[in-house]
Design a protein around this ligand. Structure first.
Ligand code: KG4
Ligand code: ZN
Length: 345
């Protein structure tokens, strides 16, 4: 299995997934995820203390399973990568300490990486296409941005971002209103399959001509959230799946209008859609349709690699190794609010 491209083990613990991925260059060798989501469900959201403890308990077993899946021993790993931010600080520290311990003990380089950059880097796996330049629509539980990716490890420009809720957060909040449980995105995705996306004409935030002046590539989902909440209050006999489908349609429509617009305006004809919300089946379908119509090359990672995983962390670590970037300090500090402008720590 070993080759000269460098085998990187990536550790992800920014939220409720304890995840380890192993790559060799751009080839994915292993991807193991242990989630504490069921422990948080009754609280309606991730509880940081519970997440940190679950990471500590799961970490050794997840590392071992990943090595087994790759058919490797820990001594075969050439470099370690770990999510150093953004995320829950206690959860991040479990990951950075584990990775630092391994790197120190085995005398191998350590790369602290940005979780958001890692979501995009997963697009590099199992293919040798050119990554940059690209426009990226990054849509997760905490972030929604349109980025111009000139170089993923050193030059990413933010063209727009949400001015209130993130897209994933909107899914989670509306799912709570619809009593669909947590996490809300996958639940709405399933419920919407039985509904009519045109049943209710929910608002598309920041898409009016007047909004385009200062907010051309920005998002706003708070008006949509209020509209759904008002609709539910005044329509006691509503059909839930119609609400799910119409809400999902409003989110997907506005995300794609702006992302395809950015690709068209910039003349960068590759669009990458990444982050947990990129797992949404309606967004994936509409993206194919609209990108084809606009002559844009669309890249969306396989669904399992859109939500948080360790392969994406290993992927950006491997890009850093391939570019000969300097490793991070062994005592690197996790940063809960780190932005995309700091891809490698
Ligand atoms: O990237 P991610 O796994 O974690 C963060 O970095 O935040 O994204 C999680 C978000 C959650 O808000 C979740 O509800 C949403 O992604 N999500 C989805 C789907 N799967 C996950 N949203 C819509 N449809 C889905 N199928
Ligand atoms: Zn994420």
């Amino acid at each position: 299995m070993k080759n000269s491209q460098g085998i990187v083990l990536g550790i992800e613990t920014s939220c409720d997934e304890t995840a380890v991925g192993i790559v060799s260059g751009r080839k994915l060798l292993a991807n193991i995820i242990s989630s504490s989501v069921t422990e948080h469900a009754r609280f309606g959201g991730v509880v940081p203390e519970i997440a940190s403890r679950a990471h500590l308990e799961a970490m050794p077993g997840v590392i071992k399973s990943a090595l087994d899946e790759a058919g490797l021993s820990i001594k075969d790993i050439d470099a370690f990568a770990v999510t150093a931010g953004p995320g829950l600080i206690g959860a991040l520290v479990v990951g950075t300490s584990s990775a630092a311990g391994l790197a120190l003990a085995l005398d191998k380089p350590l790369y602290g990486v940005n979780h958001l950059s890692a979501h995009i880097a997963v697009d590099s796996l199992n293919s040798d296409h050119k990554l940059e330049p690209a426009i990226a629509l990054l849509v997760s539980g905490g972030h929604s941005s349109i980025l111009q990716v000139n170089d993923l490890t050193s030059d990413v420009k933010t063209l727009g971002s949400t001015i209130d809720d993130a897209a994933g957060e909107a899914f989670d909040k509306i799912a709570r209103l619809l009593e669909l449980g947590f996490p809300g995105g996958p639940a709405i995705d399933i419920d919407a399959k039985n509904g009519n996306p045109d049943a209710i004409d929910f608002p598309r935030g920041l898409t009016l001509a007047k909004d385009l002046v200062g907010h051309k590539y920005d998002f706003s989902f708070s008006g949509l959230k209020t509209a759904v909440s008002r609709y539910l209050a005044k329509t006691p006999d509503h059909i839930r799946s119609d609400v799910s489908a119409s809400f999902q349609e409003a989110v997907a429509d506005v995300l794609l209008r702006k992302a395809i617009g950015a690709a068209t305006d910039s003349g960068i004809d590759t669009l990458i859609i990444a982050g947990g919300v990129a797992a949404n089946s309606r967004l994936r379908f509409l993206a194919q349709e609209r990108a084809a119509a606009a002559g844009i090359r669309l890249r969306i990672p396989p669904m399992a690699l859109c939500t948080d995983n360790g392969a994406m962390v290993a992927a950006i670590g491997a890009l850093a190794v391939a570019k000969g970037l300097a490793p991070s300090e062994i005592g690197l500090q996790a940063d809960s609010s780190s932005g995309i402008s700091r891809p490698i720590f």
